[in-house]
Design a protein around this ligand. Sequence first.
Ligand SMILES: Cc1ncc(COP(=O)(O)O)c(C=O)c1O
Length: 401
Amino acid sequence: MPGFELFGSAERKEVNDVLENGVLMRYGFDGMRNGHWKAKELETELQSAFKSKHVQLVSSGTAAVSVALAVAGIGAGDEVIMPSFTFVASFEAIMMMGAIPVLVDIDDTLTLDPKAVEKAISPKTKAIMIVHMCGSMGDMEALQNICDAHNLVLIEDACQAIGGTYKGKPLGSIGDLGCFSFDFVKTITCGEGGAVITDNKQYYINADHYSDHGHDHIGNDRGAEDHPFMGYNFRISELHAAVGLAQVRRLPDFLSIQQKNYTILREALSEIPEITFRTVPEGGEENYGFLNFFLPELEIARKASKNLKEAGVDGCFHYYDNNWHYIRKWDHLKTLKTLYPISEEVKSGLKYLQTKTFEQSDHFIGRNISCLIKLSWTEEKVKLRATAMVKAVTSALKSVK
Ligand SMILES: Cc1ncc(COP(=O)(O)O)c(C=O)c1O
């Protein structure tokens, strides 16, 4: 992560194809295209990469999550259970549907704790949204069992975990719907883009129409197409899809570079007895896009984060103090700062956030450091980095003792 580090001739060739041919839109203009259908081709590649029957490309990961909720029929007043540690896009998408985000604690997998999920289920719950944060997953079997028992939709936000697997299945392909982001900092990028994947044909048809104003895409005259239901514009452009097409073909290489770099850093940090690593459930394999570890206390993690920055070790996040990825700093959600009025139902559904505490999540996020694994590092650079990281963390442990 991120794929843009290794942009090269393959990306340029695909983009130039689109520019030379001149059709920047993914639908229509059949006569002008000379056979160029980059978005369609990327969807086919993603079907095989993610072992999924259907793929709908969209304009972003946030769009992917919104479309996934919409196609599963989740809307006004429905509750969607999501983790306290994620990116703000999770609650944005739920709120956009007029639904209510129900935030619950994470465990040492850094995503949904199945026990916390079970406790949060109410008659209004319609879906559980797991977010595979920083390249790895939660206990998918337990979550699937909960969904089966309560007839809930399981949505996987795999935006940060492209290429991770659980019991041999790609993350994103396990639940009813999987969501991906191909924004500029993801393992494979389109610049901006996203995808919804599913084995459910009706969900796919809904996603295809909903993401293009409700167009049914039958025939080759856009103006004559029918609109079975209302939709929006979450389309990806051919230019963005072209970049992604080159990138997805390189995904196996990117994943193996990530794993190599991750392993060097992990082995070095394993020498520090006070460090523990995030739990990866049995049968799971991370995508190695991040190395996540825990220190014994919040203040040690804070000091380690400071030391790492001062030593020039970039991309090591202490999410407890970060504005975008953890409930602690989401005052705009807690106090409902929106540009426009929202329904009384959502307002009252979110009142719990003014008093709810997340001690269990604090316990894990407060002590966690999450290090981005880059693709462009040389082996020498990774080793130097490993040494600098061990020094920064050891010094934090000593200073706070
Ligand atoms: C977990 C998660 N979900 C959703 C998104 C939204 O993706 P995008 O930036 O493509 O809208 C992100 C982006 O960082 C993310 O990390």
